[in-house]
Design a protein around this ligand. Structure first.
Ligand code: ZN
Ligand code: ZN
Length: 333
């Protein structure tokens, strides 16, 4: 089982693999560039290779096919490598000044398609909706477990986004603690008595400069303080804390706006690596109000440098006003 260790300096947590270790040659990046062994290697996510993943937790299947056999459209399995287990209780340990806890939680992989070369941004609106439905079902199921305090849904597409397999997939990380990754949300609500994301939504609509598109339930904006060039957020216009609260109608309009924007983004930015991140409120614990779920879409056009790693101050060479105008113009064509 991995260990979560407290980073005392940054007041955050680090997940450390304690019983397996990658050797230097297992890493794909070296001083000469990048080696990706996509040719010839067996893909565990392709149809027919079901025995190369852990047992299926859930799936969308045609023709009553059996679990862990071909015939699926979407498959959810546990991440083979992270070692999280949703068993027993959270155990905090202290060694001298250091604190750690056991890797209690769940790390799931949603294999979005049986086809190796069809990616998320190629999917039809209906197919994207099926993926979001699976994510919603898994989110709500994990949220029912009292030991889980926070659920992060994310997707890594391409090597620069951290993907280790090219076959289209998303991941869900269910944690026994709440990471302090967005402290401004609770602080704003405490000070102003209002939801920060709702206020951002109003501010963006008022100015319009950073709005890319809007449909009946969602708005796409390039955020005011974008950390990455051409970063965009999809914000639900109805205030809700959790992605799991999305209605069926909203799932449809989310799928439409995702397909619409993502296809354009991939085309405009010349097929970049990207991350898609779904942020929700903590669960099963006391926290201040003010959370409002939203999605971040981050094209990975530049690699974080020393300054970002140390100061947390990102250097973004493209103003979000310019990014939004470019997306708007291209989408209007
Ligand atoms: Zn594959
Ligand atoms: Zn709100």
């Amino acid at each position: 089982m991995p260990e979560l260790r407290r980073d005392l300096v940054r007041d955050s947590w680090v997940l450390i693999a304690t019983d397996t270790a990658l050797k230097p040659r297992d890493f794909p990046i070296n001083k000469n560039g990048i080696e990706v062994n996509s040719n010839g290697a067996l893909c565990p996510f392709c149809e027919g290779n079901e025995s190369h993943t852990t047992a299926e937790l859930a799936s969308l299947r045609k023709d009553n096919s059996l679990p862990d056999t071909p015939g699926w459209l979407i498959r959810t399995v546990t991440n083979k490598y992270s070692g999280f287990k949703l068993e027993g209780e959270l155990k905090l340990s202290e060694t001298g000044i250091y604190q750690s806890c056991n890797g209690l939680g769940q790390h799931e992989v949603i294999i979005e398609t049986p086809e190796h070369n069809v990616e998320f941004h190629h999917f039809s609106v209906e197919k994207i909706k099926e993926v979001y439905e699976m994510l919603k079902a898994r989110y709500n199921l994990l949220a029912d477990d009292e030991r889980i305090k926070y659920i992060q849904i994310y997707k890594n597409r391409g090597l620069f986004a951290g993907a280790s397999l090219e076959h289209s997939h998303s991941q869900i990380l269910a944690l026994p603690l709440v990471p302090k990754n967005r402290p401004g949300i609770e602080a704003y609500c405490k000070k102003e008595g209002r939801c920060l994301i709702c206020d951002i939504l109003n501010e963006e609509r008022k100015s319009g400069k950073r709005v890319v598109i809007e449909n009946r339930d969602f708005i796409v904006v390039c955020p005011y303080a974008s950390r990455f060039p051409y970063e965009a957020w999809i914000i639900p216009t109805r205030h809700a804390e959790h992605f799991g609260e999305i209605s069926d109608e909203e799932l449809m309009s989310l799928s439409e706006i995702t397909a619409n924007f993502l296809q354009e983004m991939v085309r405009c930015l010349n097929d970049p690596s990207y991350n898609i991140i779904i942020n929700s409120a903590p669960i099963n614990c006391a926290y201040n109000a003010g959370y409002h779920w939203y999605i971040e879409i981050i094209p990975r056009l530049i690699i974080n440098s020393g300054v970002e790693i140390t100061t947390g101050i990102y250097m973004n060479p493209v103003a979000p006003e310019i990014a939004a105008a470019m997306f708007r113009e291209n989408m209007a064509e």
